[in-house]
Ligand binder design. Structure first.
Ligand code: A2P
Length: 343
């Protein structure tokens, strides 16, 4: 791959949405991975402009996105919502800056690359002209990382996925809402739902994003359409997406039908060798992935790998990842790392 950005000791990096749950994790991961930064700009709305956020022990003053001039920025990591991105990402791209956008605004745009580095890094070629790259939905990212090594071995025909999604996927305010509702209910008080569509403490909500005409939610459509765009339009995908009272870490029960022979033993071997995947699958030792172990970690964890006795060439998997890291911030930083890679 030809380099996207010329070789430099450090790049001018803007984090847009730097005060949010994903933006904060983007900063943490940029620091952890020692991304070469000559100048960091932290950007959010006028509400938090003038406040400070920390990066590598230093305070940075938050800039107002409305008045921020992106000229001279090399890379902008956006996680400030779809409307914000639709309005401002083109302005950054026109100024010559590569935008890696975590919202759903550009994902299904035919001219925009939708990228998971372990799965379809070549799709980044599309970004040379328009300079906008979409980061997929958090639930899609962990799903395709687990499906890819299997699909490369034997073509997948159909995927049925049910999700168990953490509240952090709905942002910082949803994290506070789960904590507050839990505290209130345990002390005999009322629990108010303002951010999520129903009470989430001690509950499960089969409703993420809005309902569409066909009875699916938009989150379910995102998983279906994004998986096909990233991997293969010939794969049939269906999804049920559910919010559970977990702070960090999405889980997925995945049923896969292959076009030819595949069994649990072979799938376990393929997944054990796959980039970005960690297999934890020891039924005898009662060992399997859970959000409590995935939270704060980078891999996509896969376990409960077993043959589906009800159908030929079919398997079940249980897939868990930190939705804010691999599902959002880490994937965006990995894309940025490809943008600065030199031959
Ligand atoms: P702010 O703190 O100024 O509201 P989360 O996903 O955790 O809710 O965070 C959303 C992030 O997106 C925050 O950093 C928030 O900044 C930012 N944001 C939301 N709306 C806008 C906007 N219109 N312009 C710039 N940043 C925005």
């Amino acid at each position: 791959m030809e380099p996207f950005l010329s070789e430099k000791d450090g790049y001018v990096v803007a984090v847009v949405g730097a005060t949010g749950a994903v933006g904060q994790t983007m900063l943490e991961i940029l620091a952890e991975r020692d991304f070469p930064i000559s100048e960091l700009v932290v950007v959010a709305s006028s509400r938090s402009a003038g406040s400070t956020v920390e990066f590598k022990g230093k305070d940075y003053v938050v800039q107002d996105l409305e008045t921020f001039d992106p000229t001279g920025s090399d890379i902008a990591l956006f996680s400030a919502g779809g409307d914000t991105s639709r309005e401002h990402a083109p302005r950054f791209a026109e100024a010559g800056c590569y935008v890696v956008d975590n919202s759903s605004a550009w994902r299904m745009d035919e001219s925009v690359a939708l990228v998971v580095p372990e799965v379809n890094p070549h799709a980044l070629e599309m970004a040379r002209e328009n300079r906008i790259i979409a980061n997929p939905n958090c639930s899609t990212i962990q799903l395709v990382v687990a499906l890819k090594p299997l699909h490369d071995a034997v073509a997948i025909e159909r995927v049925v996925v049910s999700t168990y999604q953490a509240v952090s996927g709905a942002g910082g305010k949803a994290i506070e809402e789960l904590a507050e509702q839990t505290r209130n209910l345990l002390s005999g008080k009322e629990a108010e739902a303002n951010i999520l569509p129903a009470r989430i403490a001690f509950n499960v909500i089969p409703h993420i994003d809005v309902f569409l005409e066909d009875g699916y939610t938009r989150e379910e459509h995102k998983m279906i359409e994004e998986t096909r765009k990233i991997m293969d339009a010939d794969i049939a995908v269906t999804a049920t997406t559910v919010r559970v009272p977990v702070f960090y870490g999405h889980s997925e029960a995945v049923n896969i039908t292959f076009s030819g022979p595949m069994d649990a033993g072979r799938a376990r071997e393929l997944l054990a060798d796959a980039e970005g995947v960690c297999v934890v699958d020891d039924p005898k030792g009662e060992d399997y992935p859970m959000p409590s172990m995935a939270a704060g970690s980078d891999p996509v964890w896969v376990g409960r790998i077993r043959n589906d006795h009800s159908s030929f060439n079919s398997l079940h998997l249980w897939v868990v990842a930190d939705n804010v890291r691999k599902g959002a911030a880490l994937n965006a930083v990995q894309i940025a790392e490809i943008l600065i890679r030199q031959p």
